[in-house]
Design a protein. Structure first.
Length: 400
């Protein structure tokens, strides 16, 4: 049985903006085809997508190190003394796995590693678990206080080993392992708690400009509205950098894996995939929105449903696209992508191509991207129809 993928290709012009920055506060670049390109890493794209989907689904998740401190806050609000609430927070991390999760006791037992958890009720559930085992926690705290030296923290000294777990590990682990729709899509890994590991059904490539791109300096000044007598000039001066260009974005969804993780519920898998497609098309990266407002929509969105493996068309832009005679990179990028799709089909054949199509603002039709659709809604509907089709080994009319 083949693994089925839904590939999504996008071309989008971004006006002057700063979608992502490095440690030097400069937009990230990468050299591809011996030409500098503006680059937006995959992780920068995935978080806004996850948050947009969680808002749509009203099913939040939280990537955080502050789960134990949040539970301690809940316990203190319920009347627990400070020392007992702090001890309980440490026990949540200690009881999460056989060896426990490492924490920072000086910061409320903030976990050293990030956790990705279902956020709707996990704080309340863990607080209830602590309440159910409050007597055990009180005894454990009393034993610890009896052994402690004045300068000790509630973590063991080197060589003493970790304290015993006082909360039921299976119940703590069950809270941490609870999945959400976005966890099914984007995956999760938690060291030491293999039951919580969820392989990502979504793969995302770094977004790259299809053409050579350079950083553009933007000299910024700010004027003090209440200047003193004799004051002249600006109160603040700085230089930031903006970029502009046509980006190629590629992401793919492992439909087979997503359906399996949803206990075989294909309808739910297709629903999540449709929402993911819309989020991928419409979500704008939040960086510098206030000062650049780069609220464009893609000029082209194309999909391909494939059995076997995903296929990116990034090689279309290994040689940087040259501007059209009248200027602009959207039209030549569109033609380069279409040409690459045709070459790919010629080289690999189309027996595993279940269906493909595209929607674009371009006036000319593509020869190799499948059926043209008038809107993104129609495109998404067609993609889901092909995604649900039975594997026949034959290329349908939509894939011609």
């Amino acid at each position: 049985m083949h693994t089925r993928y839904l590939d999504i290709h996008m071309l989008e012009h971004r006006p002057p903006s700063c979608l992502n920055r490095d440690q030097h506060n400069v937009p990230k670049t990468m050299t591809v085809g011996n030409a500098k390109r503006i680059m937006v890493p995959a992780q920068t794209q995935r978080r806004p997508l996850r948050l947009a989907l969680e808002d749509t689904l009203e099913e939040p998740a939280a990537r955080t190190r502050y789960l134990p401190p949040r539970v301690a806050e809940e316990l203190r609000a319920a009347g627990w003394p400070e020392d007992l609430a702090h001890f309980a927070a440490g026990q949540i991390a200690r009881s999460a796995t056989a060896k426990g999760l490492d924490t920072d006791p000086k910061n409320g037992h903030r976990t050293n590693a990030m956790l990705l958890v279902a956020a709707d009720s996990i704080v309340e559930d863990l607080a209830e678990l602590c309440t159910a085992h409050r007597a055990d926690l009180e005894k454990g705290l009393a034993r610890l206080q009896k052994k402690k030296e004045p300068d000790d923290s509630d973590d063991p000294k080197p060589g003493r080993g970790k304290p015993p777990a006082l909360l039921p590990t299976d119940k703590v682990a069950a809270c941490l392992s609870r999945p959400t729709a976005t966890i099914h899509l984007f995956g999760r890994m938690l060291a030491g708690l293999t039951d919580a590991d969820v392989p990502s059904a979504v793969q995302t490539a770094p977004a790259l400009t299809t053409h050579k791109s350079d950083l553009q300096p933007d000299f910024v000044t700010a004027v003090d509205d209440w200047l003193g007598a004799g004051d002249r000039g600006s109160a603040f001066m700085d230089t930031s950098f903006l970029t502009s260009g046509v980006f190629y974005r590629f992401t793919t969804v492992n439909l087979t894996d997503l359906t399996r993780k949803l206990d075989g519920d294909q309808n739910q898998a297709l629903r999540l995939t449709g929402l993911f497609m819309r989020a991928a098309i419409m979500t704008v990266l939040p960086a510098k929105q206030t000062s650049t407002a780069p609220h464009t929509v893609p000029d082209l969105v194309a999909y391909a449903v494939r059995d076997g493996r995903p296929v990116t068309y990034a090689s279309a832009f290994e040689q940087p696209v040259q501007a059209a005679p009248g200027g602009g990179y959207l039209t030549p990028s569109y033609h380069a992508l279409d040409t690459c799709a045709g070459i790919t089909h010629r080289l690999t054949g189309t027996s595993d191509l279940v269906g493909h199509g595209y929607a674009t603002a371009q006036t000319s039709d593509a020869a190799h991207l499948g059926t043209r659709h008038d809107s993104f809604d129609a495109l998404i509907a067609a993609a889901l129809t092909n995604a649900a089709a039975e594997a026949t080994g034959q290329t349908p009319a939509d894939a011609a």
